[in-house]
Design a protein around this ligand. Structure first.
Ligand code: SF4
Ligand code: SF4
Length: 143
């Protein structure tokens, strides 16, 4: 191996090192930074109660019996309260497809893990809003 060939190799290595240093990393600094999720992401649901007609089509469509409905709990003219059990949900999207009244959507929120199983039962207070408590980690608050 000649002197110039070795020099060329060193130059190539340095070039790659500098390119990597100034390139954005492929990973994200999660949870402080989140990626852009595709439009059709099937994250946790949101229930738009003012559009709901309590038709129960979403409940019937669910293959894992993850949705229950309380028709006695009425906030608007025809709606009902929905309860989502995220210990059962497989995010198949059939309930959203079944809703003909633009009352049920997926969101792009996919990180819904909890310390307790009971906290994965989303009642009307949680399923109708995307608001959530900011999380704390090592004294820092985020989201
Ligand atoms: S996404 Fe699928 S599994 Fe989850 S509640 Fe809707 S129908 Fe049921
Ligand atoms: S969310 Fe949609 S499918 Fe489910 S009860 Fe309400 S209107 Fe019917």
């Amino acid at each position: 191996m000649g002197f110039f060939s070795t020099l060329g190799d060193i130059f190539q290595i340095l070039k790659n090192v500098f390119r990597q240093i100034f390139k954005r990393p492929f990973t994200y600094f999660y949870p402080f930074e989140d990626r852009d999720y595709p439009e059709r992401t099937r994250g946790r649901h949101i229930h738009v109660r003012e559009n709901c007609t309590a038709c129960k089509q979403c409940v019937r469509a669910c293959p894992v019996v993850a949705i229950s409905i309380d028709t006695a709990d009425q906030k608007y003219e025809k709606d009902a309260a929905l309860y989502f059990d995220y210990t059962r949900c497989i995010f198949c999207g059939l309930c959203v497809q079944a809703c003909r009244f633009e009352a049920l959507y997926h969101t792009k929120v996919v990180d819904i893990s909890e310390g307790e199983r009971e906290d994965l039962l989303y009642g009307p207070d949680k399923i109708t809003t995307l608001d959530r408590e900011p999380l704390e980690w090592r004294g820092r608050r985020f989201r």
